[in-house]
Write a protein that binds this ligand. Sequence first.
Ligand code: CU
Ligand code: CU
Length: 288
Amino acid sequence: MNTRKNQRNLTSSQRTRFVEAVLELKRSGRYEKYVRTHAQYFTSDGENGLRVAHMAPTFFPWHRQFVLYFERDLQLIDPSVTVPYWDWTVDNEESSALWSADFMGGNGRQSDGQVMTGPFAYGNGKWPITFGVTDEKYLTRNIGRPDRPIRLPTKAELDGALALGTYDTAPWNSAPGTQGFRNRIEGWTVSESKGGYLHNRVHQWVGGHMIGAASPNDPVFWLHHAFIDLIWVRWQRLHPKSGYLPMKPMAGSDRERGRVISADEPMPPFNVKPSEMFDHRPYYRYEE
Ligand code: CU
Ligand code: CU
């Protein structure tokens, strides 16, 4: 059985095997597919058409499937590898071992944000950025956003979101009125000074490529999203009588019809229904 571990508990050989598998996926050309798919499905509320990956109830099941496909691709290279998770309520400093030269590598340098250390530094020749929203060929980070300092979400903030008993509410988007668990975790509901803005804040805190549509260019994306996935597991455990919403397709008169996916409608591009992703246990477990 696949077990996903907290990244802080990986042995040095487990760290290396994860990094090597990611580098091999990149070398083979198969990594870019994930960057492209994520960019393609980065629809915002303002645009017309279906929202599936973000600003929608399918935020959790879509990313669960996305990370799972990635993990299976890594396992074709090294069957011992799983995607570790980054608990950013604990490892919340740039000094965390997460950012060491044998794992994710460090911050971007001040002049241009270029990551200079670790396996994903451009100078190592193994991590060229080929599909981005900007032109840089090198991975960038801007940890903590020094010009407008930001901190990672705290355990209290996460617990506040986990306490919400409703998965999601109409209009199922990123509007501040959408006060369910999904929107609170995804991070559109409350300003960062008020402790909202959880998943999005982590993307902002890392900065550089982690901001925006092509965020899987930074491999820490997977560690962040494995933790987001674990947060969904914890919420399900805390609220066994609550579940995914909406369960039924939108009514014909609903403005969100054709834009929001209910439990038994397929999620593009995977052709998998949210209901098939409710239970992670057939696929992997978490060591907590
Ligand atoms: Cu995403
Ligand atoms: Cu994300």
